[in-house]
Design a protein around this ligand. Structure first.
Ligand code: FBP
Length: 548
């Protein structure tokens, strides 16, 4: 593939490693650990991988000799900037340990392990992808590795290629599954270690041990650049209100980080909506109120940031969706073949009065989408709902009512955007390039030290990279029991925005000022070359969380 000038220059960038991983490495082990919840149940489910100590890597005084090993790597789930650098970090560390070591990539996600689709990752391939965005070196996929039959199928190819360790790069679900796989291979004495690595732009895989998931930094900076550009455009022409939906699945971390970086006029935080039991009308009234206040100053422009998962956090809509899922599945035969008007009438008879009222209060197109669009499991496809249009339509209606009462005299011209895929494969920022490379090197060190059921971690990442601390956390330490699809399961707890956390509090302290004044910040594009204060900064979320 032909390369751009930036790609060529970027290929020569050497990621900064923590001191502990630069030369020979020694291992410091902590005390035995416990799971964050349901200790007895988790201990019973993971007899071979429960209670292991935390691990930290430090510089060793003497060289260490390593036996040769073949390792496999899988990229799982949505793309996140830096994935290629994780693989480069694994490769370089493996070759440093023993030049005979080999790395295999399983293709198109966990499915590649089960279907025996793989390729050996040689130095030529690795060099093509250093410091690049995307997961295209080996591809990714969303097949869930959770059944013993899959583990056994996987074992056949691992044995054939003499692979003794597998690294799964993924989000909370993929790492939970990595833990189950590690336990299974330990139980049957398969001789295969399993190591996880924390990935997702959504930023919802973090806890006391994991400072951030990789990709969040670059994705947020990419969205913040474009939001900043839009804000400058809005401030120049002074005629549009921009409604911007931001990816992030359930959690509002991306929206919150972009709000902190850009000081947008309105940002909705789903977790707050749920905690305050707000209705869609409450949200619409709030936005219309801000639009009116700004209009009174002659400012008929602004930005509204909306997290992707908002709709499911509005309690009334959550209830409606849950009943729609049930009633449409139970009475499938009755609704099959009905046209949309007949289906709407049918729903009005079959939903509770409360849910029918919520359904009828939605703009017709959104109601129709909820009634018609279902995923292969028969569930409403919430992510397809254009929340940015839904809100701006409802705000326009509310402003008309306010105008009739003399409460508003401005002009309201909305524009709509959805930023998601544009950020997932951006060239990793220096932070993500360094962080991912260090995560990869840590994963290879965990393997070299015989660990299984661990996730690679790197801490203290608000400091210069040399002071970062690399190591591993037993995945069982992060597990608790949660109900999933009607069954209690051991899972890594998803981190939603904490309303007690410093990032949200910082936002709260400025929310009114940013709404009513025009205090836009224009972060500009990610910088790869230049002064460290421009090129090497982490997200504001991380800085605030770490009290830096
Ligand atoms: P992961 O949780 O697998 O990292 O994926 C994150 C994400 O980008 C979400 O923000 C988004 O809702 C989803 O993936 C989109 O998925 P898809 O790529 O299947 O359209």
């Amino acid at each position: 593939m032909e390369k751009s000038a930036l790609q060529i220059a970027r290929a020569a960038y050497t990621p900064k490693l923590p001191l502990g991983l630069r030369g020979s490495v020694c291992v410091k082990e902590g005390e035995p650990t416990q799971s964050v919840g349901n200790q007895e149940e988790i201990k019973k489910l993971f007899p071979n991988t429960y209670g292991l100590p935390l691990v930290e890597f430090a510089p060793a005084t003497e060289a260490v000799a390593y036996k040769p090993i073949n390792v496999g790597v899988i990229l799982s789930g949505g793309q996140a900037p830096g994935g290629h650098n994780v693989i480069c970090g694994i490769f370089d560390e493996l070759k440093k340990q023993n030049p005979q070591n080999k790395l295999y990539g399983f293709l198109m996600g966990p499915g590649g392990l089960v279907d025996h689709k793989y390729k050996e990752l040689t130095a030529d391939i690795i060099d093509e992808y250093r410091n690049t965005g995307g997961f295209d070196m080996i591809g990714s996929g969303r097949t869930k590795l959770e059944k013993e039959s899959q583990f056994e199928e996987g074992l056949k190819i691992l044995r054939e290629l003499d692979i003794k360790a597998l690294i799964i790069v993924g989000g909370d679900d993929s790492n939970t599954n990595a833990c189950v796989l590690a336990e299974y291979y330990a139980k049957i004495n398969a001789g295969v270690q399993v190591i996880g690595c924390p990935k997702t732009i959504d930023g919802d895989l973090k806890n006391d041990q994991i400072e951030t998931s990789f990709g969040f930094d670059t994705a947020c900076k990419t969205y913040a650049e474009v939001i900043g550009n839009i804000q400058r455009d809005a401030n120049s022409a002074r005629k549009y209100w921009h409604f911007i939906k931001l990816m992030g699945r359930s959690a509002s971390h991306i929206a919150l980080e972009c709000a902190l970086q850009c000081q947008s006029n309105v940002t909705i935080i789903s977790e707050e909506v749920e905690a305050k039991q707000q209705t869609l009308d409450d949200i619409v009234n709030y936005i219309a109120g801000v639009v009116a206040k700004r209009a009174a100053k002659g400012w008929n422009f602004g930005t509204v940031l909306i997290p992707e998962g908002l709709i499911e956090f509005v309690p009334a809509i959550k209830k409606l969706i849950s009943q729609l899922n049930d009633v449409l599945a139970e009475k499938k035969a009755e609704v099959e073949g009905l046209d949309i008007q007949a289906l709407r009438a049918w729903l009005n008879k079959n939903l509770t009065a409360e849910n029918a009222a919520t359904f009828n209060s939605l703009p017709e197109a959104v109601g129709n989408q909820l009634a018609l669009e279902r995923d292969p499991h028969g569930n409403v496809q919430v992510s397809l709902i254009e929340t940015e249009k839904l809100l701006s339509e409802m705000v326009a209606k509310r402003l008309d009512e306010m105008k009739a009462k003399g409460e508003y005299a401005g002009k309201f011209a909305p524009q709509h955007h959805f930023f998601g895929y544009e950020g997932r494969c951006a060239a990793p920022s220096n932070y993500d390039a360094d962080y991912c490379y260090a995560l990869g090197a840590s994963a290879a060190q965990l393997i070299a030290n015989g660990k299984t059921g661990y996730m690679a971690i790197v801490k203290n990442t608000t400091a210069p990279a040399a002071e970062w601390v690399a190591g591993g956390v037993p995945i069982t330490m992060m597990l608790n029991m949660e109900r999933r699809n009607g069954e209690m399961k051991p899972v890594i707890k998803k981190a939603l925005v904490s309303l007690d956390g410093a990032p949200y509090k910082e936002f709260l302290a400025h929310r009114e000022e940013w709404a009513e004044e025009t205090k836009f910040v224009f972060p500009g594009p990610i910088q790869y070359f230049g002064p460290t204060e421009v090129c090497d900064q982490c997200t504001m979320t991380l800085r605030l969380e770490q009290g830096k």
